[in-house]
Design a protein around this ligand. Structure first.
Ligand code: 5AD
Ligand code: SF4
Length: 421
Protein backbone atom coordinates (compact mmCIF):
# COMPACT_ATOMS: atom_id res chain seq x y z
CA UNK A 1 0.00 0.00 0.00
CA UNK A 2 2.83 2.39 0.83
CA UNK A 3 4.60 1.65 -2.46
CA UNK A 4 1.36 2.53 -4.24
CA UNK A 5 0.89 5.73 -2.19
CA UNK A 6 4.48 6.69 -3.03
CA UNK A 7 3.83 6.21 -6.75
CA UNK A 8 0.70 8.39 -6.58
CA UNK A 9 2.56 11.14 -4.71
CA UNK A 10 5.40 11.10 -7.26
CA UNK A 11 2.94 11.22 -10.15
CA UNK A 12 1.05 14.13 -8.56
CA UNK A 13 4.24 16.15 -7.99
CA UNK A 14 5.47 15.52 -11.53
CA UNK A 15 2.37 17.41 -12.64
CA UNK A 16 3.83 20.38 -10.75
CA UNK A 17 7.01 20.10 -12.78
CA UNK A 18 8.98 18.47 -9.97
CA UNK A 19 11.53 15.75 -10.54
CA UNK A 20 12.87 13.13 -8.15
CA UNK A 21 16.29 13.35 -6.56
CA UNK A 22 18.12 10.80 -4.43
CA UNK A 23 20.08 13.52 -2.70
CA UNK A 24 18.39 15.16 0.29
CA UNK A 25 20.67 18.21 0.02
CA UNK A 26 19.35 18.94 -3.50
CA UNK A 27 15.65 18.58 -2.69
CA UNK A 28 13.17 21.47 -2.49
CA UNK A 29 10.50 19.19 -1.04
CA UNK A 30 11.14 16.18 1.18
CA UNK A 31 8.39 13.72 2.02
CA UNK A 32 8.60 10.71 4.30
CA UNK A 33 5.85 8.22 3.54
CA UNK A 34 5.54 6.33 6.80
CA UNK A 35 4.35 3.10 8.43
CA UNK A 36 3.24 2.84 12.07
CA UNK A 37 2.49 -0.88 12.29
CA UNK A 38 5.42 -1.58 14.61
CA UNK A 39 7.23 0.80 16.99
CA UNK A 40 10.51 0.27 15.12
CA UNK A 41 9.03 1.70 11.91
CA UNK A 42 7.84 4.80 13.77
CA UNK A 43 11.21 5.25 15.51
CA UNK A 44 12.98 5.07 12.16
CA UNK A 45 10.88 7.97 10.86
CA UNK A 46 11.96 10.23 13.70
CA UNK A 47 15.63 9.29 13.43
CA UNK A 48 15.47 9.92 9.66
CA UNK A 49 13.82 13.30 10.30
CA UNK A 50 16.62 14.15 12.75
CA UNK A 51 19.19 13.43 10.04
CA UNK A 52 17.29 15.17 7.26
CA UNK A 53 16.72 18.41 9.14
CA UNK A 54 20.49 18.82 9.44
CA UNK A 55 21.28 18.06 5.79
CA UNK A 56 18.40 19.64 3.91
CA UNK A 57 18.48 23.07 2.23
CA UNK A 58 17.14 25.71 4.61
CA UNK A 59 14.36 26.59 2.18
CA UNK A 60 13.33 22.98 1.53
CA UNK A 61 9.85 21.97 2.64
CA UNK A 62 9.74 18.90 4.88
CA UNK A 63 6.75 16.70 5.68
CA UNK A 64 5.53 13.31 6.76
CA UNK A 65 2.56 11.50 5.26
CA UNK A 66 0.94 8.17 6.08
CA UNK A 67 0.31 6.30 9.29
CA UNK A 68 2.99 7.91 11.52
CA UNK A 69 1.55 11.31 10.55
CA UNK A 70 -1.87 10.10 11.65
CA UNK A 71 -0.46 8.53 14.82
CA UNK A 72 1.58 11.61 15.84
CA UNK A 73 -0.73 14.42 14.70
CA UNK A 74 0.28 17.91 15.94
CA UNK A 75 2.87 16.34 18.28
CA UNK A 76 5.06 15.78 15.22
CA UNK A 77 5.49 19.57 14.87
CA UNK A 78 6.60 19.77 18.51
CA UNK A 79 9.15 16.98 18.08
CA UNK A 80 10.49 18.29 14.76
CA UNK A 81 9.84 22.07 14.48
CA UNK A 82 11.24 22.10 10.91
CA UNK A 83 8.25 20.05 9.71
CA UNK A 84 5.97 21.95 7.32
CA UNK A 85 3.26 19.33 6.88
CA UNK A 86 1.80 16.27 8.57
CA UNK A 87 -0.77 14.47 6.40
CA UNK A 88 -2.49 11.18 7.22
CA UNK A 89 -2.98 8.30 4.76
CA UNK A 90 -6.29 9.68 3.48
CA UNK A 91 -5.05 13.23 2.87
CA UNK A 92 -1.73 13.09 1.03
CA UNK A 93 -3.44 14.56 -2.04
CA UNK A 94 -3.23 17.86 -0.11
CA UNK A 95 0.58 18.09 -0.45
CA UNK A 96 0.22 20.74 -3.23
CA UNK A 97 -1.42 23.09 -0.66
CA UNK A 98 1.95 23.45 1.06
CA UNK A 99 3.68 24.24 -2.22
CA UNK A 100 1.15 27.01 -2.79
CA UNK A 101 1.44 28.26 0.79
CA UNK A 102 4.92 27.33 2.08
CA UNK A 103 4.72 29.44 5.25
CA UNK A 104 1.79 27.46 6.65
CA UNK A 105 1.97 24.48 8.98
CA UNK A 106 -0.31 21.99 7.28
CA UNK A 107 -1.98 19.32 9.44
CA UNK A 108 -4.65 16.95 8.18
CA UNK A 109 -5.10 13.54 9.73
CA UNK A 110 -8.83 13.17 9.00
CA UNK A 111 -10.04 9.76 7.95
CA UNK A 112 -13.11 10.98 6.08
CA UNK A 113 -13.90 9.03 2.95
CA UNK A 114 -11.73 8.12 0.00
CA UNK A 115 -11.77 11.53 -1.75
CA UNK A 116 -8.08 11.27 -2.51
CA UNK A 117 -8.85 8.80 -5.31
CA UNK A 118 -11.07 11.42 -7.00
CA UNK A 119 -8.63 14.25 -6.51
CA UNK A 120 -5.32 12.67 -7.51
CA UNK A 121 -4.38 13.09 -11.18
CA UNK A 122 -4.70 9.95 -13.31
CA UNK A 123 -1.53 7.91 -13.76
CA UNK A 124 -0.22 8.40 -17.29
CA UNK A 125 2.29 5.56 -17.22
CA UNK A 126 2.16 2.30 -15.36
CA UNK A 127 4.86 0.04 -13.99
CA UNK A 128 4.54 -3.57 -15.26
CA UNK A 129 3.09 -4.41 -11.86
CA UNK A 130 0.21 -2.03 -11.18
CA UNK A 131 -1.03 -1.82 -7.59
CA UNK A 132 -4.69 -0.90 -7.36
CA UNK A 133 -6.24 -0.29 -3.93
CA UNK A 134 -9.81 -1.55 -3.84
CA UNK A 135 -10.57 -0.95 -0.20
CA UNK A 136 -8.91 0.87 2.64
CA UNK A 137 -9.11 0.65 6.38
CA UNK A 138 -10.16 -2.36 8.39
CA UNK A 139 -13.12 -3.32 10.59
CA UNK A 140 -11.52 -6.40 12.08
CA UNK A 141 -9.92 -4.78 15.10
CA UNK A 142 -7.24 -7.36 15.83
CA UNK A 143 -6.17 -6.33 19.33
CA UNK A 144 -2.49 -5.75 18.38
CA UNK A 145 -3.12 -3.67 15.27
CA UNK A 146 -2.96 0.11 14.87
CA UNK A 147 -4.31 0.05 11.29
CA UNK A 148 -8.02 0.53 12.17
CA UNK A 149 -6.88 3.67 14.01
CA UNK A 150 -4.48 5.00 11.35
CA UNK A 151 -6.37 4.06 8.18
CA UNK A 152 -9.86 4.06 9.65
CA UNK A 153 -12.93 1.95 9.13
CA UNK A 154 -13.19 -0.22 6.08
CA UNK A 155 -14.35 1.45 2.86
CA UNK A 156 -14.60 -0.28 -0.52
CA UNK A 157 -14.04 1.82 -3.64
CA UNK A 158 -16.79 1.93 -6.28
CA UNK A 159 -16.49 -1.02 -8.68
CA UNK A 160 -16.46 1.21 -11.77
CA UNK A 161 -13.63 3.36 -10.37
CA UNK A 162 -11.48 0.27 -9.77
CA UNK A 163 -12.21 -1.04 -13.27
CA UNK A 164 -11.32 2.38 -14.72
CA UNK A 165 -7.96 2.30 -12.89
CA UNK A 166 -7.35 -1.26 -14.08
CA UNK A 167 -8.08 -0.40 -17.73
CA UNK A 168 -5.93 2.71 -17.46
CA UNK A 169 -3.05 0.61 -16.06
CA UNK A 170 -3.51 -2.01 -18.80
CA UNK A 171 -3.46 0.68 -21.50
CA UNK A 172 -0.32 2.18 -19.98
CA UNK A 173 1.87 -0.88 -19.82
CA UNK A 174 0.74 -2.99 -16.86
CA UNK A 175 1.09 -6.75 -17.21
CA UNK A 176 0.31 -7.71 -13.65
CA UNK A 177 -2.46 -6.26 -11.51
CA UNK A 178 -2.17 -6.49 -7.74
CA UNK A 179 -5.37 -5.56 -5.92
CA UNK A 180 -4.65 -4.04 -2.52
CA UNK A 181 -6.47 -3.67 0.74
CA UNK A 182 -5.86 -4.22 4.43
CA UNK A 183 -8.76 -6.66 4.18
CA UNK A 184 -8.74 -7.10 0.41
CA UNK A 185 -11.04 -10.10 0.19
CA UNK A 186 -13.61 -8.23 2.29
CA UNK A 187 -14.19 -5.98 -0.76
CA UNK A 188 -17.92 -5.36 -1.21
CA UNK A 189 -19.50 -2.61 -3.24
CA UNK A 190 -23.20 -2.14 -3.97
CA UNK A 191 -23.99 0.17 -6.89
CA UNK A 192 -27.03 2.47 -7.21
CA UNK A 193 -29.06 -0.37 -8.80
CA UNK A 194 -28.42 -2.56 -5.76
CA UNK A 195 -25.98 -4.86 -7.57
CA UNK A 196 -23.30 -6.25 -5.26
CA UNK A 197 -19.71 -6.55 -6.52
CA UNK A 198 -17.04 -8.66 -4.82
CA UNK A 199 -13.35 -9.29 -5.36
CA UNK A 200 -14.15 -12.26 -7.60
CA UNK A 201 -16.05 -9.87 -9.96
CA UNK A 202 -13.01 -7.59 -10.17
CA UNK A 203 -10.76 -10.55 -10.96
CA UNK A 204 -13.12 -11.91 -13.64
CA UNK A 205 -13.33 -8.54 -15.37
CA UNK A 206 -9.56 -7.95 -15.15
CA UNK A 207 -8.80 -11.38 -16.62
CA UNK A 208 -10.68 -10.36 -19.80
CA UNK A 209 -8.01 -7.77 -20.63
CA UNK A 210 -5.51 -9.26 -23.06
CA UNK A 211 -2.69 -6.97 -21.80
CA UNK A 212 -3.00 -8.37 -18.28
CA UNK A 213 -1.33 -11.76 -17.77
CA UNK A 214 -1.05 -11.99 -14.00
CA UNK A 215 -3.49 -11.10 -11.22
CA UNK A 216 -2.96 -11.26 -7.47
CA UNK A 217 -4.30 -9.61 -4.33
CA UNK A 218 -3.11 -8.92 -0.81
CA UNK A 219 -3.80 -9.14 2.15
CA UNK A 220 -6.56 -11.65 2.82
CA UNK A 221 -8.47 -12.29 6.01
CA UNK A 222 -9.00 -16.05 6.44
CA UNK A 223 -12.74 -16.11 7.15
CA UNK A 224 -13.46 -13.78 4.20
CA UNK A 225 -12.14 -16.38 1.75
CA UNK A 226 -15.59 -17.02 0.26
CA UNK A 227 -16.26 -19.96 -2.06
CA UNK A 228 -16.70 -17.72 -5.14
CA UNK A 229 -13.18 -16.40 -4.54
CA UNK A 230 -11.68 -19.83 -3.86
CA UNK A 231 -13.28 -21.10 -7.07
CA UNK A 232 -11.56 -18.33 -9.06
CA UNK A 233 -8.25 -20.09 -8.41
CA UNK A 234 -9.63 -23.10 -10.26
CA UNK A 235 -11.20 -21.26 -13.17
CA UNK A 236 -8.96 -18.27 -13.80
CA UNK A 237 -5.43 -19.20 -14.89
CA UNK A 238 -4.29 -15.56 -14.77
CA UNK A 239 -4.75 -15.60 -11.01
CA UNK A 240 -1.30 -16.50 -9.65
CA UNK A 241 -1.08 -19.79 -7.70
CA UNK A 242 0.04 -17.92 -4.61
CA UNK A 243 -2.00 -16.46 -1.76
CA UNK A 244 -1.04 -14.39 1.27
CA UNK A 245 -3.51 -15.41 3.99
CA UNK A 246 -2.05 -14.51 7.40
CA UNK A 247 -2.80 -16.80 10.35
CA UNK A 248 -0.60 -14.82 12.85
CA UNK A 249 -0.52 -17.63 15.45
CA UNK A 250 -1.19 -21.38 15.58
CA UNK A 251 -2.71 -21.24 19.06
CA UNK A 252 -6.51 -20.84 19.33
CA UNK A 253 -6.03 -19.39 22.83
CA UNK A 254 -3.76 -16.61 21.50
CA UNK A 255 -5.89 -16.08 18.38
CA UNK A 256 -8.88 -15.45 20.65
CA UNK A 257 -6.87 -12.84 22.58
CA UNK A 258 -5.83 -11.33 19.23
CA UNK A 259 -9.53 -11.16 18.23
CA UNK A 260 -8.64 -13.26 15.17
CA UNK A 261 -10.53 -16.29 13.77
CA UNK A 262 -9.49 -19.03 16.22
CA UNK A 263 -10.78 -22.15 14.48
CA UNK A 264 -7.59 -23.71 13.11
CA UNK A 265 -9.57 -26.47 11.43
CA UNK A 266 -11.67 -23.92 9.53
CA UNK A 267 -8.41 -22.30 8.35
CA UNK A 268 -7.06 -25.66 7.23
CA UNK A 269 -10.34 -26.36 5.39
CA UNK A 270 -9.85 -23.17 3.35
CA UNK A 271 -6.29 -24.25 2.46
CA UNK A 272 -7.62 -27.68 1.55
CA UNK A 273 -10.34 -26.21 -0.70
CA UNK A 274 -7.78 -23.98 -2.40
CA UNK A 275 -5.51 -26.95 -3.04
CA UNK A 276 -8.36 -29.00 -4.43
CA UNK A 277 -9.21 -26.36 -7.07
CA UNK A 278 -5.55 -25.38 -7.68
CA UNK A 279 -3.19 -28.21 -6.65
CA UNK A 280 -0.06 -26.11 -7.28
CA UNK A 281 -1.12 -23.22 -5.01
CA UNK A 282 1.24 -22.06 -2.26
CA UNK A 283 0.24 -20.06 0.80
CA UNK A 284 2.10 -17.33 2.62
CA UNK A 285 1.42 -15.99 6.11
CA UNK A 286 2.33 -13.24 8.52
CA UNK A 287 3.17 -14.30 12.08
CA UNK A 288 3.45 -12.46 15.35
CA UNK A 289 5.53 -14.05 18.11
CA UNK A 290 5.48 -13.02 21.76
CA UNK A 291 1.92 -11.73 21.88
CA UNK A 292 0.95 -11.04 25.54
CA UNK A 293 0.57 -14.27 27.54
CA UNK A 294 1.96 -16.49 24.74
CA UNK A 295 3.39 -19.61 26.43
CA UNK A 296 5.98 -22.05 25.08
CA UNK A 297 3.11 -24.37 24.28
CA UNK A 298 1.21 -21.66 22.32
CA UNK A 299 4.38 -20.91 20.39
CA UNK A 300 4.91 -24.62 19.70
CA UNK A 301 1.47 -24.62 18.03
CA UNK A 302 2.61 -21.78 15.76
CA UNK A 303 5.64 -23.85 14.74
CA UNK A 304 3.33 -26.82 14.12
CA UNK A 305 1.00 -24.94 11.78
CA UNK A 306 3.99 -23.46 9.90
CA UNK A 307 5.37 -26.98 9.49
CA UNK A 308 2.01 -28.38 8.40
CA UNK A 309 0.95 -25.74 5.86
CA UNK A 310 4.55 -25.36 4.62
CA UNK A 311 4.10 -21.66 4.06
CA UNK A 312 6.34 -19.87 1.60
CA UNK A 313 7.31 -16.15 1.35
CA UNK A 314 6.15 -15.46 4.90
CA UNK A 315 6.81 -12.63 7.30
CA UNK A 316 7.32 -12.97 11.04
CA UNK A 317 7.47 -10.21 13.60
CA UNK A 318 8.05 -9.75 17.30
CA UNK A 319 4.90 -8.41 18.90
CA UNK A 320 5.22 -4.63 19.27
CA UNK A 321 2.83 -2.82 21.63
CA UNK A 322 1.11 0.01 19.77
CA UNK A 323 -0.85 3.02 21.02
CA UNK A 324 -4.66 2.89 20.67
CA UNK A 325 -4.63 -0.94 20.77
CA UNK A 326 -6.12 -3.28 23.37
CA UNK A 327 -3.15 -5.68 23.47
CA UNK A 328 -0.73 -2.93 24.54
CA UNK A 329 -2.32 -2.88 28.01
CA UNK A 330 -2.90 -6.63 28.36
CA UNK A 331 -1.18 -8.37 31.29
CA UNK A 332 1.70 -10.83 30.87
CA UNK A 333 3.66 -8.94 28.23
CA UNK A 334 6.51 -11.12 26.96
CA UNK A 335 10.15 -10.11 27.40
CA UNK A 336 12.20 -9.01 24.38
CA UNK A 337 14.58 -11.86 25.06
CA UNK A 338 11.88 -14.54 24.77
CA UNK A 339 10.44 -12.81 21.67
CA UNK A 340 13.88 -12.89 20.04
CA UNK A 341 14.39 -16.60 20.76
CA UNK A 342 10.93 -17.44 19.38
CA UNK A 343 11.41 -15.28 16.31
CA UNK A 344 14.72 -17.00 15.59
CA UNK A 345 13.11 -20.46 15.86
CA UNK A 346 10.16 -19.52 13.66
CA UNK A 347 12.36 -17.82 11.08
CA UNK A 348 14.61 -20.89 10.88
CA UNK A 349 11.58 -23.06 10.17
CA UNK A 350 10.10 -20.64 7.61
CA UNK A 351 13.47 -20.35 5.88
CA UNK A 352 13.76 -24.12 5.72
CA UNK A 353 10.25 -24.34 4.18
CA UNK A 354 11.24 -21.69 1.65
CA UNK A 355 14.50 -23.45 0.78
CA UNK A 356 12.70 -26.75 0.31
CA UNK A 357 10.09 -25.17 -1.95
CA UNK A 358 12.73 -23.31 -3.96
CA UNK A 359 14.72 -26.55 -4.43
CA UNK A 360 11.56 -28.34 -5.58
CA UNK A 361 11.28 -25.79 -8.40
CA UNK A 362 14.56 -26.92 -10.04
CA UNK A 363 13.77 -28.40 -13.42
CA UNK A 364 10.37 -26.69 -13.70
CA UNK A 365 9.50 -24.25 -16.47
CA UNK A 366 7.68 -21.12 -15.38
CA UNK A 367 6.41 -17.98 -17.08
CA UNK A 368 8.15 -15.18 -15.20
CA UNK A 369 7.78 -11.41 -15.20
CA UNK A 370 10.83 -9.23 -15.81
CA UNK A 371 11.62 -6.91 -12.91
CA UNK A 372 14.97 -5.31 -13.76
CA UNK A 373 18.73 -5.64 -13.47
CA UNK A 374 20.26 -6.90 -10.22
CA UNK A 375 22.76 -5.02 -8.06
CA UNK A 376 25.79 -6.41 -9.88
CA UNK A 377 24.51 -5.00 -13.17
CA UNK A 378 25.22 -8.33 -14.88
CA UNK A 379 21.98 -10.26 -14.36
CA UNK A 380 18.28 -9.88 -14.97
CA UNK A 381 15.77 -10.47 -12.17
CA UNK A 382 12.36 -11.99 -12.88
CA UNK A 383 9.43 -12.89 -10.59
CA UNK A 384 8.02 -16.37 -10.75
CA UNK A 385 4.27 -16.99 -10.33
CA UNK A 386 5.10 -17.62 -6.63
CA UNK A 387 6.84 -14.24 -6.39
CA UNK A 388 10.28 -15.81 -5.94
CA UNK A 389 13.07 -13.75 -7.47
CA UNK A 390 14.65 -15.66 -10.35
CA UNK A 391 18.06 -14.58 -11.64
CA UNK A 392 19.03 -15.02 -15.27
CA UNK A 393 22.58 -14.32 -16.42
CA UNK A 394 23.12 -11.46 -18.86
CA UNK A 395 21.17 -8.31 -19.68
CA UNK A 396 18.96 -7.29 -22.58
CA UNK A 397 17.44 -3.79 -22.89
CA UNK A 398 14.79 -5.00 -25.27
CA UNK A 399 13.65 -8.07 -23.40
CA UNK A 400 9.90 -8.58 -23.49
CA UNK A 401 8.56 -8.70 -19.96
CA UNK A 402 7.14 -12.24 -19.93
CA UNK A 403 9.60 -15.06 -20.45
CA UNK A 404 9.43 -18.82 -20.13
CA UNK A 405 12.28 -19.76 -17.81
CA UNK A 406 13.69 -23.15 -16.91
CA UNK A 407 14.77 -23.19 -13.25
CA UNK A 408 18.32 -24.52 -13.00
CA UNK A 409 19.35 -23.81 -9.40
CA UNK A 410 17.93 -22.57 -6.11
CA UNK A 411 18.81 -21.48 -2.61
CA UNK A 412 16.80 -20.12 0.32
CA UNK A 413 16.47 -16.61 -1.13
CA UNK A 414 16.17 -17.02 -4.88
CA UNK A 415 16.16 -19.17 -8.00
CA UNK A 416 18.42 -19.23 -11.02
CA UNK A 417 17.19 -19.98 -14.47
CA UNK A 418 17.63 -19.88 -18.22
CA UNK A 419 15.28 -18.33 -20.73
CA UNK A 420 13.74 -20.92 -23.03
CA UNK A 421 13.78 -19.52 -26.55
N1 5AD B 1 3.32 -6.04 16.36
C1 5AD B 1 3.93 -6.89 15.49
N2 5AD B 1 3.46 -7.16 14.26
C2 5AD B 1 2.31 -6.54 13.89
N3 5AD B 1 1.59 -6.62 12.75
C3 5AD B 1 0.52 -5.81 12.86
N4 5AD B 1 0.53 -5.20 14.06
C4 5AD B 1 1.63 -5.65 14.72
C5 5AD B 1 2.17 -5.41 16.02
N5 5AD B 1 1.58 -4.58 16.88
C6 5AD B 1 1.95 -7.50 11.64
C7 5AD B 1 0.86 -8.53 11.36
C8 5AD B 1 0.27 -8.04 10.07
C9 5AD B 1 1.46 -7.37 9.41
C10 5AD B 1 1.13 -6.40 8.35
O1 5AD B 1 2.11 -6.71 10.49
O2 5AD B 1 1.49 -9.79 11.19
O3 5AD B 1 -0.25 -9.08 9.28
FE1 SF4 C 1 -4.83 -5.06 11.30
FE2 SF4 C 1 -5.07 -6.90 9.32
FE3 SF4 C 1 -6.26 -7.30 11.71
FE4 SF4 C 1 -7.19 -5.45 10.03
S1 SF4 C 1 -7.15 -7.71 9.68
S2 SF4 C 1 -6.90 -5.17 12.24
S3 SF4 C 1 -5.28 -4.63 9.12
S4 SF4 C 1 -4.02 -7.18 11.28
Amino acid sequence: MNVYDGQRITNMLEKFGMIQTDNVADADLIILNTCAVRAKATDKVYSALGRIRRTKKKSALLGIVGCVARESGADAFKRIPELNFVLGPQSYHKIPDIIKNPDAKLLNIDLGGLEKFDELPQMTKSPTVAYIPIQEGCNHCCTYCIVPYTRGRELSRPYNDVIKDMINAANNGAIEICFLGQNVNGYKYTDSDGKLYKLSDLIRETAKRPEIHRIRFTSSYPTEMSDDLIDMFGTEPKLLPFLNMPIQSGSPRILKKMNRPDDINAYKTIVHKLKSVRPDIQISSDFIVGFPDETDDDFEQTLNIAREIKYINSYSFKYSPRPHTAAAIMPNQISEQIKSVRLYKLDSLLNENQREFNMSCIGREMICLYEGIDKTGNNMVFRTPYMQPCIVQGTDDKISPLQKIKITDANKASLRGEIIK
